[in-house]
Write a protein that binds this ligand. Structure first.
Ligand code: IFM
Length: 483
């Protein structure tokens, strides 16, 4: 995988960057867009740091042509973005909004003109508020509304898209939105979260079937999977780690790939469990073509009952990764290893855990084409006097994780592409604009874009891949060799 210090990827490997509608588009009141739960949540005092909202964000709605030009200069061949449901179906039901569709259609024109393949996600958290008013994802009906939106959208844009991702990180939608209350709609109710967990998966399955009925496009889902290590060998820490991993990973992977929820989690949640109707699990486990994996940081988990012992072992409780839903259900706490490199989010950097996660996924479920649909870091970037933004921490982070991906490929995992999160600095949900994840700096006052040093590094990395001598995996046909 490595020649002369350069990590080499298969020639067909997809290179991309990722964004999401509410985080970059702005223009929340334009061209008939409906209200989303994030508009409501971010405008509610105390919910988002500094009262930030996505009202303007990166103004990508008006600057998308410039952004596609920056993608072209970067040399990526695929762009992962999300479609704002309230922009194309403002009330979450009924006919599609032609003006909302026009925006995405023009974006597709620009991508096509620059030979960048669109890789759209159908839902990245901006639920129409009218559906939020009826219970949002805790209501079963939202799954059917989602399938209707997808059916109409695929018939409108279908021929132009060869791969659809149904949902981005349903764990966050369900658990941060309905149990922890850190994300819209801000509920703190474990049974609502369990219902949302189930209805999101049902929505995914129904949407996958709708896409298949309308087109030949591939279908997948993106999960934010956790690499969880117990803080010690103590049985309490091990149990906390198992349940944390169960909540983060198995509550999604098991129904998707094994057609059932994990028994230990069902026991844990007891009466709070969602109602599962006949046929739901068959719908949820509709065979998909690829899995998107978002990965940022490892998780070290211990038991809340052992905080004093964990501190004596040198750990500190990771207050920034709490409140964690397992605090409510299984007395688990995230801990940090002092001295470990962290990003500005406080997330530890340990790329080798990505290789392990990908190998475990293949071994515990089934081999499936995987795209790393998000990976990146927030950093305390700033514009220097000469106008440049130097972010060597981010370059090191990306390089380390690309090596980890190459390691998984070398171990036989079918990883087909990698998307940096994110193309642009953007609205980081409850943390507003305080966290910069972009490889392009955005001046939020003027909208001006400045590629950071990591942008140029990624550009050169992608270009170097194209120049690598490749081993020929298929021996040449002897009759075709000129004598
Ligand atoms: O910004 C988010 C994104 O919307 C979903 N995945 C994680 C990113 C960083 O927190």
């Amino acid at each position: 995988m490595a020649t002369d210090g350069v990590t080499v990827f298969p020639p067909s490997f997809v290179w991309g960057t990722a964004t999401a509608s509410y985080q970059i588009e702005g223009a929340v009141d334009e061209d008939g867009r409906g209200l989303s739960i994030w508009d409501t949540f971010s405008r509610t005092p105390g919910k988002v740091l500094h009262g930030d909202t996505g009202d303007i964000a990166c103004d990508h709605y008006h600057r998308y042509a410039e952004d596609v030009q920056l993608m072209h200069e970067l040399g990526i061949n695929s762009y992962r973005f999300s479609i704002a449901w309230p922009r194309v179906q403002p009330e979450g039901k009924g006919e599609l909004n032609p003006d909302g569709l026009r925006f995405y259609s023009e974006l597709l024109d620009h991508l096509e003109a620059n030979q960048i393949v669109p890789f759209p996600t159908l839902y990245h958290w901006d639920l129409p508020q009218s559906l939020g008013d009826q219970g949002g994802w805790s209501s079963r009906d939202t799954a059917y509304r989602f399938a209707d939106y997808v059916d109409k959208l695929v018939s409108a844009l279908g021929p132009r898209i060869s791969q659809w991702t149904t949902l981005n990180e349903p764990w966050c939608s369900a658990w941060l939105g309905y149990a922890v209350g850190q994300h819209a709609p801000g509920e703190t109710n474990v049974s609502a979260a369990l219902a949302a967990n189930h209805h999101l998966l049902l929505a995914h399955g129904l949407a996958a079937q709708a896409i298949r009925a309308r087109s030949d496009a591939e279908v997948g889902i993106t999960l934010n999977l956790a690499h969880v290590t117990p803080a010690s060998d103590d049985p309490l820490d091990r149990l906390a780690a198992t349940l944390t991993e169960g909540n983060a990973n198995r509550m999604f992977l098991d129904p998707l790939f094994l057609g059932d929820y994990p028994a230990d989690m069902m026991d844990l949640y007891g009466d709070a469990r969602a109602e599962i109707k006949e046929g739901d699990l068959a719908t949820i486990s509709t065979v998909i073509d690829f899995l998107g994996v978002n990965y940022y940081a490892p998780a070290i988990v211990g038991s809340r009952e052992r905080i004093a012992e964990l501190q004596a072992l040198g750990y500190c409780v990771d207050a920034r990764r709490t409140p964690n839903l397992l605090d409510m259900t299984a007395s688990a706490v995230h801990v940090k290893r002092p001295g470990f490199t962290s990003t500005q989010m406080g997330w530890e950097v340990e790329p080798a855990t990505l290789t392990e996660l990908l190998c475990n996924l293949r071994d515990q479920y089934r081999p499936i084409p995987i795209y790393i649909t998000e990976n990146g870091m927030s950093n305390a970037d700033y514009v220097r006097q000469d106008g440049s933004v130097l972010d060597p921490e981010r370059t090191a982070y990306l390089e380390g994780h690309l090596r980890a991906v190459a390691g998984a490929i070398a171990a036989g995992v079918d990883v087909r592409g990698y998307y940096v999160w994110s193309l642009l600095d953007n609205f980081e949900w409850a943390l507003g604009y305080s966290q910069r994840f972009g490889i392009i700096w955005v001046d939020y006052a003027t909208g001006e874009r400045t590629p950071k040093a990591s942008y140029y590094w990624y550009r050169d990395f992608i270009a170097a891949q194209a120049r690598q001598p490749r081993e020929c995996s298929v021996p040449p046909d002897p009759s075709s060799i000129p004598v």
